[in-house]
Design a binder for this molecule. Structure first.
Ligand code: HEC
Ligand code: HEC
Ligand code: HEC
Length: 442
């Protein structure tokens, strides 16, 4: 009896294995000569430029370490919990890029995460979002990519340990976590909402940073936009759990995504900074409105914004109270010396370019990570609001100083419980700073 069960299990196992191989196997698609630029219309190339901007292709496909590299030529190093991965050269170079990929091969890569040669691509390439793109968008994107300058540049080999280095295993990941398919409009919502959802869920892959991942590196579907750690920053929740005291309304979202600064919330720093500055400021304004419209619905802005007036008044009160009257609190003095000159606000609203810390996510998240990142790095003139900068305090403040400022701001500007282990966390964030910023004050 037991033998028959075992034989049965083995047979099912073998069938499963065969089924898996059938599922996992893709043919190579024959190379083609690089298509002539004249085979694409100027209008199609321009549409493709917008699609490429909305998917930040250049952000991940351009080397930033080792002195940088040519745009789209790849070799951008991505540190994952499993090991470093290097992006591909996607310029139309025929040897080291994708110059001999047919449109069908390109479409398959975007839609299914499979290379021209038939190998599974690693989901650090966010094909789990790109799969939602329409055939027309992928076709336009192909026209744009194929008409960029061809650059000969080979990427460094990935540093994934065995057996993760086996690409066939990626098929197992896909079986568990990947649902290919173009975005389906939701008939309960209007065209603007659906355009926003199409972009956010698909090409613009906001969830790739703002949704937490499980131990297999997949976005947790039950926790969409609950906030996540990315590149040693916290990408805050974008749903109704966003902790900032004033609501992310459609207009705040639009200003932030289009210009890199929201009047009430402050600037887009760290990994968020290129999203507005390098990309969403270069696409049709209507698309940015659509994304803002979508997230304002997702965070239930219309139901929550009733509290904004009171929250704003309280923040202005706290900002002012920190500066007037005799102050014996040594932490307050430290803050006044280092920060208050540039962050002081008074009613009725903060001055643009002088973010009010009582309203900024840096004080309201569960961890002081973003606050420490900003203190250590400062913000360059390219980040946040264009042309306005904050110096780095990397050299000027010790971990203990940073901990005192963090504790002080948390207790005087928020209604939340104090952060713990502040000095240890300051040292941990300091360790992640790779280059001491050149604008660091002494
Ligand atoms: C978040 C980072 C990221 C973004 C954004 C991104 N890619 Fe990639 N892409 C990668 C990585 C990493 C790889 C290599 C994956 C691997 O080795 O399996 C890759 C691989 C590819 C490949 C396969 C190339 C080959 O030779 O096999 C194509 C095609 C591609 N990307 C196109 C694009 C396009 C077009 C965009 C913009 C719409 C884009 N990527 C945006 C990270 C990214
Ligand atoms: C590469 C990762 C990344 C991507 C992609 C990304 N974000 Fe962010 N986002 C972040 C980080 C990190 C922050 C925190 C920045 C800061 O505090 O200055 C942030 C901040 C924000 C904030 C401010 C939240 C707050 O409470 O202060 C909003 C709104 C936002 N992102 C929306 C979006 C939208 C919409 C998209 C897609 C169009 C998107 N993000 C794509 C990483 C990302
Ligand atoms: C010389 C003026 C100046 C000083 C001093 C200064 N800041 Fe700033 N800070 C700014 C400006 C300007 C911005 C907005 C930059 C932008 O929009 O690009 C900013 C932004 C911020 C932000 C928002 C970052 C984000 O991504 O949302 C935080 C948090 C912050 N500062 C904290 C501090 C703290 C804490 C100190 C003291 C240790 C300090 N700042 C000292 C000028 C300053």
């Amino acid at each position: 009896m037991i033998k028959r069960i075992l034989a049965g299990v083995a047979a099912v196992g073998a069938l499963g294995g065969l089924g898996f191989l059938y599922y996992a196997w893709y043919p190579s698609i024959a190379p083609v000569p690089r298509p002539a630029a004249s085979s694409f219309s100027a209008a199609q190339i321009e549409r493709g430029r917008i699609v490429a901007a909305e998917g930040y292709c250049a952000e991940c496909h351009t080397r930033t370490d080792m002195g940088g590299g040519p745009e789209l030529a790849g070799d951008y190093k991505m540190d994952t919990p499993f090991g470093a991965i290097y992006s591909s050269n996607i310029t139309p170079d025929e040897k080291t890029g994708i110059g001999n990929w047919s449109e069908a091969a390109f479409h398959r890569a975007m839609h299914l995460g499979v290379s021209r040669e038939g190998e599974h691509l690693i989901p650090a390439f966010p094909f789990d979002h790109f799969t939602k793109m329409t055939d027309q968008d992928i076709s336009d994107l192909y026209a744009y990519i194929m008409t960029r300058p061809a650059v000969s540049m080979a990427q460094r080999p990935n540093e994934l340990p065995f057996p993760l280095s086996l690409r066939i295993l990626q098929a197992g990941w896909k079986l568990l976590y990947f649902w290919p398919g173009v975005y389906k409009p939701d008939p309960r919502h209007d065209a603007l909402w659906n355009r926003g959802a199409y972009l956010a869920e698909g090409n613009a892959h906001c969830g790739a940073c703002h949704t937490p991942r499980d131990f297999m590196g997949a976005e947790k579907r039950s926790s969409d936009y609950e906030g996540a750690v990315v590149d040693n920053w916290i990408a805050p929740p974008l749903n109704e759990h966003n902790p900032t005291p004033t609501t992310w309304t459609e207009d705040e979202l639009f200003q932030y995504l289009r210009f890199g600064v929201a009047p009430l919330h402050g600037p887009a720093g760290g990994p968020m900074s290129p999203v507005p500055h390098r990309f969403l400021s270069t696409v049709p304004e209507e698309d940015v409105h659509a994304i803002a419209h979508y997230f304002a619905d997702l965070d239930h802005a219309s139901e929550r914004q009733g509290h904004d007036k009171a929250a704003l008044a309280l923040a202005m009160e706290q900002s002012k109270a920190g500066l007037i009257g005799p102050n014996t609190d040594p932490d307050a003095k430290l803050y006044q010396g280092a920060c208050a000159a540039c962050h002081y606000n008074a009613a009725p609203t903060p001055v643009l370019g002088r973010p009010d810390l009582a309203l900024n996510n840096a004080l309201w998240l569960d961890e002081p990570t973003n606050l420490y990142q900003v203190i250590l790095h400062g913000l360059t003139a390219e980040e946040g609001q264009s042309g306005i900068a904050m110096p780095s305090f990397y050299n000027a403040l010790s971990d203990q100083d940073m901990a005192r400022i963090a504790a002080y701001l948390r207790r005087t500007r928020t209604t939340l419980p104090p952060w713990t282990d502040l000095e240890k966390k300051a040292a941990a964030v300091r360790k992640t700073v790779q280059h001491v910023p050149v604008n660091s004050s002494h």
